[in-house]
Write a protein that binds this ligand. Structure first.
Ligand code: URP
Ligand code: ZN
Ligand code: ZN
Length: 481
């Protein structure tokens, strides 16, 4: 019997702390040996001339959210194809809570959907209605099932929480050892500006950006952090789009507050001008927060390099463009307020960040590995199983050609929807092969994984998100008994 199920030979293996030329021995889905040379028979793949990177970990993906306001076009099977096509091997998705309902009742359905796919997964639980039953009884049960992150929205109808509700979620997360992830935009301010814009006849997609300028993101980011600091509960600020918001995070980090910032490829590539394309075309670029401008892109790159923003996720939220569902569900002349927010990006995330970051000299390869795999895995309690190339880790690997040139087309994204906002983008650096738990699941763009092979990634307690023990006046208003 061969010593290894698979050997990856001769690649430049990226550890996040430099690269080393070595062979990787894989058995039972895990990395069991890293050696200069493995002289063994048995199955192998050549990584000559290629980088070997840890499989991407995308901790912000909206897939098959079966709720009245959720995204449903993408299935876990099609999203898995997109993930593998782009070099991602693990995702963290969302279980929605319907207002008036509980959260446990959604769990079995989400689990049944996700396990039909091929990409390994965990969940964030969205809390849109923090009733006593949810906070006291259901969240502890979810934690026992291995879910360790709660997602809250400070804007969006019908998901947004008041400050009082947000505080309750923070307290519950602290008690049960969860991370809270936050969508930071000011609900009342956006509504007020939206009403004024619509009353003035400014209804086209480009006014989406006008309805939510950076100040509304900055204010909510400041408030989200301040309340988390008060409770002494770690948070991650999702999809930071502008320097004003990132500066709030930087200031809090300098005080020692446990706050982490995520950004996405759209905030270093797309601009508000994209939403000003003719007709309904601008809807393809509508997401929240809104894309800004090239000056803001430069500032976001700075914040990434400084480590203020230490995770780059896709915020994949794939709505169909043509026809009467998805972006067009309220008609193709709908006012911007009524066009669903969100763009697809699961397959494009790694190629765009590599090309715009590493190939253009803005990031090192180590930065890239940490931003796209190691940091998200650590922050979500998935490390050391996911996010790095190390003995004992799952054998999730991407063989990457740093010189390959591609022009993005929608077909290359392999998702279930009919457009990509990155159509025509020139890319240098491309995934040639994706390996999930020791199995080749994508080779030269052809995804060959069997549906139903995804694995749930349960998360236990982890030190990174422990409270600091720093409390105003030393008084703990919500002691963990
Ligand atoms: O526009 C976006 N980002 N849609 C997805 C939902 C969210 O806010 O993360
Ligand atoms: Zn969000
Ligand atoms: Zn999102």
């Amino acid at each position: 019997m061969a010593e290894f199920d698979l050997v990856v030979r001769g690649g430049e293996v990226a550890t996040g702390f430099g690269t080393t030329r070595c062979d990787i021995g894989i058995r039972d889905g895990r990395i069991v040996t890293l050696a200069e040379r493995l002289d063994t028979d048995g199955p192998s793949v050549s990584a000559d001339g290629l980088l070997v990177l840890p499989g991407g970990v995308d901790t912000h993906c909206h897939i098959e959210e079966a709720s009245p306001s959720g995204v449903a076009e993408e299935s876990f099977t099609s999203a898995s194809r997109a993930a593998f096509a782009g070099g991602t091997t693990s995702v963290v998705c969302f279980i929605p809570q319907w207002k008036g309902g509980g959260v446990l009742e959604r769990h079995a359905d989400a689990e049944a959907r996700a396990k039909k796919g091929m990409v390994d997964y965990s969940f964030h639980q969205i809390i849109s209605d923090p009733t006593e039953a949810v906070l006291e009884r259901e969240i502890p049960e979810l934690v026992a099932k291995g879910i360790r992150s709660l997602k809250v929205f400070l804007t969006y109808e019908p998901l947004h929480l008041s400050d009082a509700e947000y505080l309750k979620v923070l307290v519950t997360a602290r008690k049960h050892g969860c991370l809270v992830t936050v969508h930071c935009e000011n609900y009342a301010a956006i509504n007020w500006r939206t009403e004024a814009l619509l009353a003035a006849g400014m209804t086209e997609p480009k006014y989406h950006a006008w309805s939510r300028p950076p100040v509304v993101e900055r204010e909510a980011t400041h408030r989200a952090i301040a309340l988390a600091e008060l409770v002494d509960q770690p948070i991650q600020v999702f999809h930071v789009s502008c320097a004003e918001a990132a500066e709030e995070i930087a200031r809090a980090q300098a005080r020692g507050v446990k706050v982490w910032g995520e950004t996405c490829p759209q905030y270093v590539t797309l601009t508000a001008a994209d939403m000003d394309r003719p007709g309904f075309e601008g809807a393809k670029y509508m997401c929240s927060p809104a894309p800004r401008d090239t000056a803001e892109h430069a500032k976001i790159w700075d914040m990434i390099r400084r480590g203020v923003l230490d995770v780059v996720s896709s915020d994949h939220c794939a709505f169909t463009y043509a026809g009467e569902i998805g972006k067009g569900k309220n008609g193709r002349d709908a006012v911007f307020r009524d066009i669903p927010n969100g763009i697809p990006g699961l397959a494009a995330r790694l190629p765009i960040l590599f090309s715009e970051g590493v190939s253009k000299g803005r990031l090192t390869l180590d930065d890239f590995v940490r931003l796209t795999a190691t940091n998200p895995a650590r922050l979500m309690g998935l490390a050391p199983r996911k996010g790095s190339i190390a003995v004992g880790a799952d054998a999730d690997l991407v063989l990457w050609d740093p010189r390959a040139k591609r022009t993005i087309t929608n077909a290359m994204m392999q998702h279930a929807v009919d457009y990509t906002p990155y159509e025509g983008m020139e890319i240098t650096g491309w995934p040639m092969m994706t390996i999930r738990r020791g199995e080749v699941v994508m080779r030269d763009g052809v995804v060959q994984a069997e549906p139903g092979t995804a694995k749930f990634l349960p998360r236990g307690p982890y030190a990174m998100i422990a409270p600091r023990g720093v409390l105003a006046n030393g008084f703990d208003a919500a002691p963990v008994l």
